[in-house]
Design a protein around this ligand. Sequence first.
Ligand code: FMN
Length: 205
Amino acid sequence: MSDLRRPNFPIEPLILNRWSPRAFVPQSMPYNDLATMFEAARWAPSAYNQQPWRFHYALRDDANWLSFLDLLDPFNRGWAQHASALVFVFSARSSRGRDDKVRAIPSHSFDTGAACTLFSLQATALGYHAHTVAGLDYEAARQQLAVPQNMAVEVAIAVGRRANPETLPTELQQRERPSTRLPLSERFFAGPFAGEPQTQRELPQ
Ligand SMILES: Cc1cc2nc3c(=O)[nH]c(=O)nc-3n(C[C@H](O)[C@H](O)[C@H](O)COP(=O)(O)O)c2cc1C
């Protein structure tokens, strides 16, 4: 593990080993491996255990592969075309109760993010890498994948086995490494906000 990924307190190695590469070996993967990642996502916590997530996938040999890939923006499509699976993640903004009333699920994205994290960790545990992508055409995804009105399009996740960084275009090769994180003291605090302005700093890529 690189020096950029040294935790201040010892944590599970799986957490540090998960990162988001762009160089993937363009090969097919067994559905059972993807299903194991879905299984991990399935056990995520969610408000009232509503499990508002929905994952739709295409394996690179599937008939849907190219149409899924086409929904990514050109930058992401450039590298994700080599992945083994592409998963689109959706969340339900509302649910119908036993009393037949429709109620909003305020935490639909939060819950689904938790499921995505477990998915990515399980991918790492199986020797794959999962790279989340928000750079996609959300409206086209809604149309092409026939997403129901009450479902939000969240992200896509490219999954595959890591390839040699030299398979990437030169400008991406130097970005092909695990990133670091802000210090604990910049994001985690005892007690309330201390009144300082909370403008988010732009971070180096
Ligand atoms: C919601 C979300 C959207 C992202 N969108 C993109 C994207 O469109 N393209 C990309 O190359 N990486 C994308 N990423 C990957 C992040 O840049 C990456 O997770 C972050 O830099 C931290 O690096 P790490 O995952 O390697 O630890 C996204 C990640 C998340 C969680």
